[in-house]
Design a protein around this ligand. Sequence first.
Ligand code: ATP
Ligand code: SF4
Length: 325
Amino acid sequence: MNGKVLDIRDLSLRFATSAGPVHALRNITMAVPSGEIVGVVGESGSGKSTLALAVMRLLPGNATVTSGAIGFGGGDLLTLDEEAMRALRGNRIAMVFQDPMTSLNPVRSIGQQMVDIQHRGRASPAEKRRKAAAALKRVGMPDAESQLDRHPFQFSGGMRQRIAIAMALVQRPELLIADEVTTALDVTLEAQIIHLLRELRADIDGSILFISHNLGAIAEICDRVVVLYAGEVVEHGPIAEIFSHPQHPYTRALIACDPARISTATRELPVIPGDVPNLRHVADGCIFQPRCSVAIAKCAAERPPDRDCGAGHVARCHLVPEGLP
Ligand code: ATP
Ligand code: SF4
C-alpha cells in the first residue's frame, strides 16, 4: 500500500437526541492510500455522510467524537483548532456534495466564486480567473471563459455538479471527498461524472474518498472499498477482491441486490430483508445478526473478529475461517 493520505483509527461518535444518544459510528478504522480512490458503500443510515462530515470537521452541534484519530498530513484533524481546520478545508481537503447548490452560492457568478476560493494564492485576479476557466474547461464545460459570468441557477443539475467539482479541484486538494455526487443524476449523467472523476484523479495526483450507496458506481471508479453497516466497517479490501470473493453476508446481500448484476428482467428489485438497527441500543454480538440469513448461535452473543482474508481484504464475521490466506 502507498503512503496514506487519510488514516482513520478507531473513530467513534454519537449524536445526542431527545430519545438518547445515537451511536452513529463505532470504532471505524480505514485509510485512503495516496493516489487511490476508496469507496465507502452502505445502505441509508449506515453512517457514510457522518464519516465524511467528521473528516471535514463539519459535524452538527449534537455530535460528539468519543474516541479515535483522523490522521491527515502527519497530524490528527481532531486536534486542530478551528482556524487551522478552516485553512485546510477547500484547500488541502475538498468536498463535493450530492446537491451542488450546497457548495455554490446562488447570488454570485461562478467566476467570482472560483476566484474567491483562490484567496490564499498569490496570483493576480486575471490569472485566478484564467485558472477558473481552465478548471471549468477541464470538467467539460463548453465555452468555459464566457460561462464564468453566469450564476449557478443558469446551469442544469449535471453542469452544476461539474462546476462544484471544478471548484473543488481548482485548489488541487490532496484529498477530494465526493459524497453521493451522482445520486441525483440520471444514469447518463452519472456515467459522465464517474468518467470525469476517473480522469481527474490523474490530473490532481490526489486521492478520492468516494461515498455512494451505489455499488455499480463504486465498482466503476474505486481501487478499494469499505463496506459500512450501521456505523461499523464490516468488510474492506481491493475492489476486484471484494466483488469476486465477498466474505461478509451483508456485502453479499448488497451485491445480490445491485440492479446492474440482476440478469433476469424484473419489475421488483430485491431488497435486503429487515431494517438497519436502531443505533440507540447497540446489542452485543454481530450488528448484522438480526438480518443475517446464515447466522449461527454465537452471532447474537459474541462480537465477530476482523478476519484477514489476504491481499488487504478483511471481513468481520464469525463464519470467515481464521487464517484464510
Ligand atoms: P444516507 O445515505 O441516507 O445519507 P448515511 O449512510 O449517510 O445515510 P448518516 O446520514 O451518516 O447515514 O446517518 C448515520 C446515522 O446517524 C443514522 O442513524 C442517522 O439517523 C443518524 N444521524 C445523522 N445525523 C444525525 C443528527 N444530526 N442527529 C441525530 N442522529 C443523526
Ligand atoms: Fe451473520 Fe454471524 Fe457473520 Fe454476523 S457474524 S454476518 S450474524 S454469520
